[in-house]
Design a protein around this ligand. Structure first.
Ligand code: FES
Length: 173
């Protein structure tokens, strides 16, 4: 008889199912290893897009560590995102070169288009806007990076077009 593996699923505060078994590989890899908190948190963020509370509780229990250790580290390092973010991360550079090329207006126009402020996520969980320091392409200022792809020499119109194209692509897919 084939034994079906039990799937651990939690419901998070947004009423979404969280498949905790996605953490099992990480737990196996880091069980009993010293200094495992950061790589485990990185893994949680990679899998769920942010530091999901149910996942922290699950791994802490399985690794026999206090969940408060995880939260201490997660809240200390800015690399860890504590809130659920959008499918698309729109990073708008506010470094000096971009700032003098009016990057603030790019940020404002995308903000207006998506109806969210910097640091927020749209209610459909499609977009998160972040403002970031120099991304290293100053000659292309003003710059934004969407899902890791860099777009330069922007103006408000071009920036909105990029976002609109992404919205249409999401509808098709
Ligand atoms: S300041 Fe924006 S890329 Fe350098």
């Amino acid at each position: 008889m084939k034994v079906k593996r039990k799937k651990y699923v939690a419901i998070d505060k947004l009423n979404e199912k969280v498949d905790l078994s996605l953490m099992d590989k990480t737990i196996k890899k880091y069980k009993g290893e010293e200094g495992n908190i950061i790589p485990v948190l990185q893994s949680i963020q990679e899998v769920y897009g942010y530091i999901n509370k149910s996942a922290v509780e699950y791994v802490a229990k399985k690794l026999e560590l206090s969940k408060s250790y995880f939260w201490e580290v997660a809240t200390f390092y800015s690399q860890f995102k504590l809130e659920q973010r959008g499918k698309h991360i729109v990073k708008i550079c506010q470094g000096t070169a971009c700032h003098v090329q009016n990057s603030k207006s790019i940020l404002n126009s995308i903000s207006g288009n998506l109806n969210i402020q910097e640091g927020e996520t749209t209610t459909d969980k499609l977009f998160t806007i972040e403002s970031v320091a120099c991304v290293g392409c100053c000659s292309l200022a003003p710059v934004m990076v969407v899902d890791g792809e860099t777009f330069g020499k922007l103006d408000e119109k071009k920036a909105i077009k990029i976002i609109s194209n992404m919205k249409s692509n999401d509808k098709i897919n």
